[in-house]
Design a protein around this ligand. Structure first.
Ligand code: WQD
Length: 339
């Protein structure tokens, strides 16, 4: 089965391309390289031994997307391509609403025109805002998003749901990721944000590698055991495998119009300081960090209840946070120029 992977040169997209190949699918990669670079394709080739079709296309470009669907007969789409920096979305909300929502509408319309019936969407736990009760389940009410980025994910879910209910003959799943971290065990692909990382783990590995002077921990006055925020850190390879499981779920589904959402997390919550301590222990390095003020928009604590994805898709996180931090460090060592 041929699967369009938008954002397939990105962090989660590239790891998912590898797992799709391993599961016998034929991935086709689309990416506009806004937050990724072509070296990632070399890493994918070294891991899989294959050159997958790659198109440098912006998913907002209706004509280019239609030409692609005319050329490649897809059996499904996994849609990662989106802007994802929480802080940047506060500064540039119109860019985020336009890019993240127009690309979704273009894809859904083109899928309908070309009769492509299976759609997996990259959503996020950010749609829960700061939940009242933990762990969050899929029935936990969504809270008003704490950022325009988060709001684009919530609105996107509603667009997909309403589209499916109009019975266009499509089956769709939204996967609500928690915090993806780590890298492929080969260190051939990993997280490679352009510019200054906004996410915790790439900032940690770049600091430990001497590329950054010090990490700032954003606040230690939260209502948690050590005062720092709690997150559900999931290995990116486990997350990639969840997308293969989601495609299998769609293929098995008999109903011709189906939509469902799944939390994809480990079910464990760890504080930022616990992650830092684990990073130092598993890698035998000292991390230079200071405690700073809270970051605007941060949720205090969130972690998943993943029973639904475990039961329905038979998917469970297999790797630990320590595995992810070891893999992230090995990846950083690989890509950091030797002094
Ligand atoms: C994690 C924790 C920070 C950087 C966002 C999106 C989510 C997903 C992942 C795409 C927080 C703290 C961070 C730093 C720090 N996006 N931190 N110093 O905000 O939980 O989630 O990214 O898939 O949808 O919402 O991730 O890694 O930015 O922050 O102390 O330099 O680390 O305060 O508590 P976040 P994050």
């Amino acid at each position: 089965m041929k699967i369009l992977v938008t954002g397939g040169v990105g962090f989660i997209g590239s790891h998912t391309v590898v797992e799709l190949d391993r599961a016998g699918y034929q991935p086709v990669i689309v990416d506009n390289l806004y937050n990724s670079n072509l070296d990632v394709l070399k890493g994918i080739r070294e891991i899989t031994g294959k050159d997958f079709p790659f198109y440098n296309i912006d998913c907002n470009d209706t004509e280019k997307v239609r030409e692609l669907f005319e050329k490649e007969k897809f059996d499904g789409v996994i849609h990662f391509a989106a802007y994802k920096a929480v802080g940047e979305s506060v500064d540039k909300p119109l860019n985020y609403y336009e890019n993240n929502l127009i690309s979704l509408l273009v894809l859904l319309r083109t899928m309908k025109e070309f009769n492509v019936k299976n759609f997996v969407f990259s959503s996020s736990c950010t749609v829960y805002g700061q939940p009242e009760q933990l762990p969050v389940t899929e029935l936990t009410p969504r809270q008003p998003a704490t950022s325009p980025y988060g709001n684009t994910k919530a609105i996107a879910e509603d667009i997909i749901r309403d589209h499916v209910y109009s019975r266009p003959d499509i089956k769709a799943i939204s996967l609500r990721y928690f915090n993806p971290i780590g890298a492929h065990e080969s260190s051939l692909i990993g997280e490679l944000p352009n510019g200054v990382p906004s996410n915790l783990v790439p900032f940690i590995t770049q600091t430990a590698a001497g590329l950054r002077a010090s990490l700032t921990v954003f606040g230690n006055d939260y209502d948690t055991e050590d005062g720092t925020c709690i997150r559900d850190f999931i290995h990116v390879v486990d997350l990639a495998k969840a997308h293969v499981k989601a495609l299998e779920r769609l293929n098995e589904e008999e109903k011709d119009n189906y939509y469902d959402v799944f939390n994809v997390g480990t079910g464990e919550g760890y504080t930022v300081l616990e992650l830092i301590n684990t990073f130092e222990e598993v890698n035998g390095v000292r991390l230079n960090y200071t405690i700073g003020p809270r970051r605007e928009g941060d949720v205090e604590k969130i972690y998943a209840q993943s029973d639904k994805v475990n039961n329905v898709m038979k998917w469970k996180a297999e790797k630990t946070m320590a595995d992810a931090l070891r893999d992230a460090w090995n990846w950083q060592l690989k890509i950091t120029p030797k002094k």
